[in-house]
Design a binder for this molecule. Structure first.
Ligand SMILES: C[S@@+](CC[C@H](N)C(=O)[O-])C[C@H]1O[C@@H](n2cnc3c(N)ncnc32)[C@H](O)[C@@H]1O
Length: 352
């Protein structure tokens, strides 16, 4: 009985999140067309059949999410976990930020970054306003709005998609079943504001978790948010995923969520090579990123609209890229993949 009620509560919460996301996008699009018509992207019409497919994929995702929690892969509490109060107080800031986002998009300004950014510290491809967001990834302001922006973009399903890395991760870690949880080191590459680490901490409360990102501001946000929650604070490091500051074979698992589509092809391969290098033989890499044309052709109009609406300079290349082949090139074996709503999750193993 209690389980049924919790499941109903979860479904109701997710429905509420979806309605809020759709309503926000609808209102903001209307306002944009009124105030800054040149800022409105030309997007393709999405027909009723596609919307139904999307709905079905969303329901399937929530079902899997519930099922994995019920099976004990992570606590049910994670399904309800979000910084609600924080988001409520930041929501007005999101609206205040929108006009500058629209005008940047209208004027095609994609390298509008804070003057104090030390450009020499970052690869060129990074120095852009991904998603047209203010300051790119390079300010506390941007970091403070990011989670809310992603929440709205995915209609509240972002964490449910991130949690899809947990099952393949736990399965992969069985290779080290002779070790205690505290001896397992799990690295989250491009950890951003720490939402994935928060999910991993729920599933692996005693493992040594490490998060790496290029953005100091995003890491500060991750530290603020993660330290407010129970559990030990993961180690957070600034660095480039193309040159991970870790010794060969020093991790038993690596995760990487929503990074690959923001990288040029060469950097994508470099990151996978580095993930392979830092894994101990037998270790597992779990990647999550956008679905692609080959596995989800029915969602092609949505992928196209994403590219049209947000500054995502490498997305078109990414959705046609062969990630399985890249994983094999990096040295991974036993490669598997599965799609969950708009996210594809790959698992690869470093051979012993
Ligand atoms: C779309 S966000 C995803 C963040 C997080 N994984 C999540 O699930 O929300 C992409 C992240 O990748 C980081 N990033 C981009 N290029 C990177 C690189 N070469 N090395 C490390 N981090 C990078 C950005 O700073 C940003 O935090």
């Amino acid at each position: 009985m209690a389980e049924t009620l919790t499941k109903l509560a979860y479904q109701a919460l997710q429905q509420g999140r979806a309605v809020a996301g759709v309503a926000h996008k609808d209102m903001s699009t209307r306002l944009m067309k009124l105030l800054i018509p040149q800022g409105a992207p030309s997007v393709r019409q999405v027909d009723a059949e596609l919307l139904q497919e999307l709905q079905a994929a969303q329901s399937a995702l929530l079902e899997v999410d519930w099922h994995d929690a019920e099976e004990g892969l992570y606590p049910t509490g994670l399904l309800f976990d979000a910084p609600w109060l924080d988001w409520a107080t930041r929501y007005p800031l999101l609206w205040l930020d929108l006009p500058s986002t629209w005008s940047r998009r209208g004027e095609g300004r994609v390298k509008d970054l804070p003057a104090e950014v030390r450009r020499e510290e970052y690869p060129d491809y990074y120095l852009q306003n991904f998603h047209h967001q203010s300051d790119g990834y390079l300010s506390d302001h941007s970091a403070s709005l990011y989670d809310l922006q992603v929440e709205i973009l995915f209609n509240g399903a972002a964490d449910a998609m991130r949690r899809r890395v947990i099952r393949p991760l736990l399965e992969g870690l069985r290779a080290f079943s002779g070790r205690s949880a505290g001896q397992l080191r799990v690295l989250d590459v491009a950890t951003g504001t720490g939402r994935t680490l928060q999910q991993l901490r729920g599933a692996l409360p005693h493992a040594q978790l490490v998060g790496l990102d290029l953005s100091r501001a995003y890491l500060r946000q991750a530290s603020r948010w993660l330290s407010r929650q129970p559990g030990s604070l993961p180690q957070l490091l600034q660095g480039n995923a193309e040159a991970l500051p870790f010794a060969d074979g020093s991790m038993q698992a690596v995760t990487c969520v929503f990074l690959l589509h923001e990288l040029p092809a060469e950097a994508r391969q470099n990151v996978l090579n580095e993930c392979h290098r830092v894994l101990e033989p037998g270790g597992v890499l779990v990647l999550a990123d956008s679905v692609q044309l080959a596995d989800s052709p029915q969602f092609e109009p949505l992928m196209d609209n994403f590219r049209r609406s947000f500054h995502e300079p490498y997305y078109r290349g990414y959705i046609g890229d062969d990630i399985d082949a890249r994983l094999a090139t990096a040295g991974f074996t036993s490669i598997t993949a599965a799609s969950h709503l708009m996210t594809r999750v790959w698992r690869g193993t470093k051979a012993r």
